[in-house]
Design a protein around this ligand. Structure first.
Ligand code: PLP
Length: 391
């Protein structure tokens, strides 16, 4: 009998992909499904970025690139960080990876082992916990509370640190809640981390360009006191509508950089060469495409939030970032996962149950409003019909 190592018995997955598959199967049976489940922009990649990718292929960029990424892209990432966060980083500390996920994969592999504790947001992106479990480390959920605007609480986070804590994962703007952690809270968190110099920090800033109402995004890169233990995660997937291109980048402290580079050499060799050229066009090109997408998300956000608040038993805070709404559905009388499943099977609306993002997600469902206004309106009308009928 084949014997796979036990770690694979502990690895989880992202339910958004299962929901996507189920929604696809229902659609293939002729059902009309509105998919608010998957977290990806519905817009195409901006044309100048697509053109740069095509040009790279025509220009013969068909081979391996350096495992850490082509110099032009690493320099463009450093410029992007300077422009957006006003922080200087050396292109030599930038690692180009096939998607934001790969940075978390590497960081968690670097710090996770039996006996180690890793702190991660709950509700949060499900891959954090899955990868922590895979390494045999102990996952320690940091509760992300609606009452706190779905922001990290510095005090609550710091109180969970023990002598066994090796890594703290932060995410703002956040999936699945849309929460943005205010600067004051990050200031307090970083100040508190001074007492825990052995704790590394992974800051997942994949939604860093996506805030609303003038809300500022505070990058952890802006804190020199933790730069020697900070891993910064970003990428093109969300900001430039490039989820399928597989392009992410990260900034590592020098001692960890070489370990990450070796992991890259051992796993994927390099990111697709044409994708990397497209990445330069994305970062160095005009940014109005980003502003236009955000304006569209903002309009949809308003419709989603008011539509959800008009549903019986549902209340929804206005998310400050990303493109997710995380309504509280505890007043409907449904368990969150059962509601998400019934909405898909009976009302033809794909959402994700909050418990798929952690134990503190019970009572909530996640809707991605990265979808057309028309689909959003149809989804809300179907949800209303469903909930009124089942009251
Ligand atoms: N981090 C968070 C919080 C996410 O929500 C996602 C994608 O949904 C990722 C990282 C991964 O992004 P990528 O598609 O670039 O791997």
């Amino acid at each position: 009998m084949l014997q796979i190592v036990p770690a694979f018995g502990r690895i989880g997955e992202e339910n958004a992909f299962s929901v996507l598959a189920r929604a696809g199967a229902l659609a293939a049976q002729g059902r009309d499904i509105v998919n608010l489940g998957i977290g990806q922009p519905d817009m195409p990649t901006p044309p100048h970025i697509v053109e740069a990718g095509i040009r790279a292929l025509r220009d013969g960029h068909h081979g391996y690139t350096p495992a850490v990424g082509i110099p032009g892209l690493r320099e463009a990432v450093a410029r992007d960080i300077l422009r957006r966060h006003r922080v200087e980083v050396s292109p030599d500390s930038v690692l180009v990876v096939p998607g934001g996920k790969v940075t978390m994969f590497m960081a968690i592999l670097m710090f996770g082992e039996p006996g180690a504790e890793i702190l991660y947001p709950d509700p949060g992106f499900p891959i954090y916990r899955s990868m922590i479990e895979f390494t045999g480390a102990t996952p320690v959920p940091v509760p992300i509370r609606e009452g706190n605007g779905f922001a990290f609480s510095a005090a609550e986070t710091l109180a969970l640190i023990t002598p066994r804590t090796r890594l703290l994962i932060l995410n703002s703007p956040a999936n699945p809640t849309g929460g943005v952690t205010p600067k004051a809270e990050i200031d307090a968190l970083v100040a508190g981390l001074a007492a825990h110099p052995d704790v590394a920090v992974l800051s997942d800033e994949i939604y860093g360009t996506m805030t609303y109402d003038g809300e500022a995004h505070t990058s952890l890169l802006a804190y020199p006191e933790i730069r020697d233990r900070l891993i910064y995660l970003d990428g093109a997937s969300k900001t430039y509508a490039m989820t399928g291109w597989r392009l992410g980048w990260s900034v590592w402290p020098q001692p960890l950089y070489d370990a990450a580079r070796k992991l890259a050499v051992n796993s994927h060799s390099c990111v697709n060469a044409a994708t990397q050229y497209a990445g330069i066009a994305a970062l160095d090109g005009p940014q109005d495409c980003v502003a236009e997408m955000m304006a569209a998300f903002d309009r949809r956000r308003a419709i989603v939030v008011s539509g959800l608040n008009a549903l019986p038993g549902v209340s929804c805070r206005t998310p400050k970032g990303a493109f997710y709404a995380f309504p509280n559905v505890s007043g409907t009388g449904w368990r969150a996962k059962a509601l998400a499943s019934a909405l898909l099977e009976e009302a033809g609306v794909a959402t994700i149950g909050g418990p798929d993002f952690g134990v503190h997600g019970e009572g909530y469902i996640r809707l991605s409003y990265a979808n057309s206004m028309d689909n959003i309106r149809r989804a809300l009308a179907r949800m209303r019909g469903f909930l009124e009928e089942r009251k």
